[in-house]
Design a protein around this ligand. Structure first.
Ligand code: ATP
Ligand code: MG
Length: 260
């Protein structure tokens, strides 16, 4: 791993790149995963690399949905495994939920490496190595699922997911929680709850909210979900991005005027 000084202004983003690059070298992340990371970084840049208010609200709703779930399940792909393996294991253990490896570009070797990585971080329930059913309406290996995991779950967390699979899981009647920096992706548009935030900020934030909400009466959690609108949250995310860009434009204007 390249040595990046902590003082570097783009430290967090450069570290994430290093993790993805390591993931590719270790056979955890696909080459296409690097492109997905780049697409995510672009959106992170224009939303100011911080958790927007709208994303924080979506994360609160996601925490409520996961706490109310009878059978929650968490999906893990090569980018998620490279970026937040320990955090995903912590989340699974808090919720007593299975982690299920699901890859768009599936190879048995990569599935096993990701499962081993999660187990090395202490995961107790890792599925995906022996799929026994399929998500209806999806072609090829990404349809593969496991009973007792995502297939039977009522609430599913799908970080950095493809729009098609998101839509197919929604069609199965599940509450689908996405983490995706692009508020315009099909995934964000189709999910029940879309957290428009970097997974490296979103998962720790989600863990914090689950901890603080656990023990709340079910009616309070239900009220959080009742008040939540994904449409409004996505349009607020776009507004917050617009505000951020407008503020940067004003800075340029001011700098231009003072430079004469
Ligand atoms: P869709 O099929 O939903 O339209 P897509 O084809 O645009 O999605 P993919 O490349 O299939 O996107 O999936 C990657 C998605 O994950 C992108 O929308 C990207 O913004 C998002 N993403 C990438 N890295 C991160 C990250 N670190 N945190 C959060 N989201 C990320
Ligand atoms: Mg896609």
């Amino acid at each position: 791993m390249t040595d990046i000084p902590k003082s570097h202004p783009r430290y967090a983003s450069l570290m994430a790149r290093e993790r993805i690059a390591d993931g590719v070298r270790n056979g955890i992340t696909s080459a296409q995963g690097m492109i997905a990371q780049g697409r995510g970084e672009t959106f992170d840049y224009i939303l100011g690399e911080r958790t927007m208010r709208s994303a924080d609200r979506a994360t609160l709703a996601a925490a409520a949905a996961l706490l109310l779930a009878e059978r929650p399940a968490l999906s893990v792909n090569g980018n998620v495994a490279a970026l937040v393996p320990a955090e995903m294991v912590e989340l699974a253990s808090l919720l007593n939920a299975p982690l299920e490896v699901n890859l768009f570009h599936r190879s048995e070797d990569r599935v096993r490496k990701i499962a081993d990585l999660l187990r090395s971080h202490g995961a107790r329930m890792v599925l995906g190595e022996s799929p026994d059913c399929r998500v209806p309406g999806l072609e090829h290996s990404r349809a593969l699922a496991t009973r007792g995991g995502i297939y039977d779950a009522d609430v599913v967390l799908i970080p950095l997911e493809d729009g098609d699979r998101c839509e197919a899981l929604v069609r199965m009647g599940k509450t689908v929680i996405a983490i995706d920096l692009n508020p315009l992706s099909r995934t964000s548009m189709k999910a029940s709850i879309s957290i428009v935030d970097n997974i490296m900020r979103a998962v720790p934030n989600l863990i914090g909210k689950i901890r603080s909400l656990s023990g709340s009466p079910r009616e309070d959690l239900q009220a959080i979900l009742r008040d939540y609108s994904n449409r409004n949250t996505l349009s607020d995310a776009l507004l917050e991005m617009q505000e951020y860009i407008t503020a940067r434009m004003r800075e340029l204007d001011t700098a231009g005027r003072s430079a004469g």
